[in-house]
Design a binder for this molecule. Structure first.
Ligand code: COA
Length: 334
């Protein structure tokens, strides 16, 4: 930890030396990354003007009398804003300043009407990937090869930024969302949800579960949805498509989870509607799910047109290890 907490302020062209020092220092940490500012990143000489010309802005994190971090954002065609130049000097990592920087850029983009933020990250920058993933970004789209001396190949990351948004994750997205999805699962289970696990559920087990889900997504056997509220991943839902050969028209809806701090915004209802549409697109016409008798989800399913098929007493255990009944529902879709 550092003695002085960094302070954020809008960046200036006069920050060039500080920006270049931070960026060069970060690149130098990775073997094969060649630092050629004049040849390959001349915009760093006047980054504030460069961003302003594109309708965006740069911020500097300042500490101990110098620049220790930076980030910028600017609009791209189609309503998405790019997050760029996200660098923090090594001694200041882990202090929360990176998160402050990216959230500042996101708030600016959101305030200017951005529906989505996206960014490119060198495939070698593994620490950055973990960071973006914690910030609810998911990998999406193809890799990009940059014609430069470092032979840079980049992953694309993106997320919806404003309001409630539901997206279906492909295998790359599912792998990159393992941590935020595991957080949601652990929070729900430790809050008493009846979704196959008993509390306490730690992150390792929760991540292991979503690793298996990602694998099923990669095999085309599962639909995985994620929900964001103002740029934070807060919900998830799955449809299991791996049915016996005499039930190719069926799907099982499972693990509808909304983080306890994000409830009553209509997220579950929106996920359910999207799951039904995705299941229809996957050729399914009968969906099945079950829920603990008396849970809030029961009324949601009824109001969303699901039909009760029956209930089974003593089906599973509550957090306090007493048994509870489970209600089965089905819905014809498409
Ligand atoms: C069930 C759960 C997913 C609902 O998430 P949510 O995003 O808060 O739900 P929504 O805001 O979309 O609410 C949908 C409906 O659920 C019902 N509901 C949800 N929370 C409720 C509450 N606190 N009181 C009464 N009804 C409630 C209502 O019918 C609501 O519709 P309405 O807002 O139009 O009245 C969430 O509580 C959760 O994650 N619980 C733990 C996991 C779980 O039990 N999942 C179900 C597995 S089968």
């Amino acid at each position: 930890m550092t003695a002085v907490a960094p302070v954020l302020r809008p960046g200036r062209d006069g920050d060039a030396a500080g920006f270049i020092a931070v960026v060069s220092g970060c690149w130098a940490e990775y073997p094969g990354c060649v630092v050629d500012i004049d040849g390959e990143a001349p915009e760093l000489h006047a980054l504030a003007s460069h961003c302003a010309k594109r309708g965006g802005q740069v911020w500097a994190a300042e500490a101990d009398g110098g620049v220790v971090g930076l980030v910028c954002t600017y609009p791209r065609a189609g309503g998405a804003w790019e997050i760029g130049k996200m660098y923090v000097a090594k001694p200041y990592r882990g202090s929360g300043v990176a998160r402050q920087l990216v959230e500042t850029a996101e708030a600016y983009a959101r305030g200017h009407g951005a529906a989505r933020t996206q960014l490119w990250s060198d495939t070698r920058f593994d620490r950055a990937h973990r960071f973006y993933e914690k910030c609810s970004y998911v990998r999406s789209g193809p890799l990009r090869a940059v014609q430069d001396k470092s032979n840079t190949i980049e992953f694309a990351y993106a997320k919806p930024l404003s309001g409630i948004a539901i997206e279906r994750l492909d295998a790359a997205g599912a792998v990159s969302a393992e941590v935020p999805l595991a957080r949601i699962l652990a929070a729900c289970v430790n809050d008493g949800a009846a979704v196959s696990f008993l509390p306490p559920l730690d992150m390792e087990r929760a991540r292991g579960f979503f690793r298996k889900v990602a694998s099923a997504v990669a095999r085309g056997e599962r639909i995985l949805l994620a929900a964001w509220l103002d740029g934070v991943m807060v919900g998830t839902l799955q449809v299991d498509l791996a049915m016996p050969e005499n039930q190719p028209h069926r799907g099982d809806v499972a693990k509808m989870l909304v983080h306890p701090e994000a409830r009553r915004h209509g997220i579950a209802r929106a996920m359910l509607a999207r799951a039904e549409a995705e299941a229809v697109a996957a050729g399914r016409s009968v969906l099945v799910l079950d829920t603990r008798e008396g849970d809030l989800a029961e009324s949601l399913y009824r109001s969303a047109g699901w039909v009760e098929a029956g209930r089974i007493p003593d089906y599973a255990l509550n957090a306090d290890r007493t048994p509870h009944a489970t209600v089965y529902f089905y819905k014809r879709v498409g």
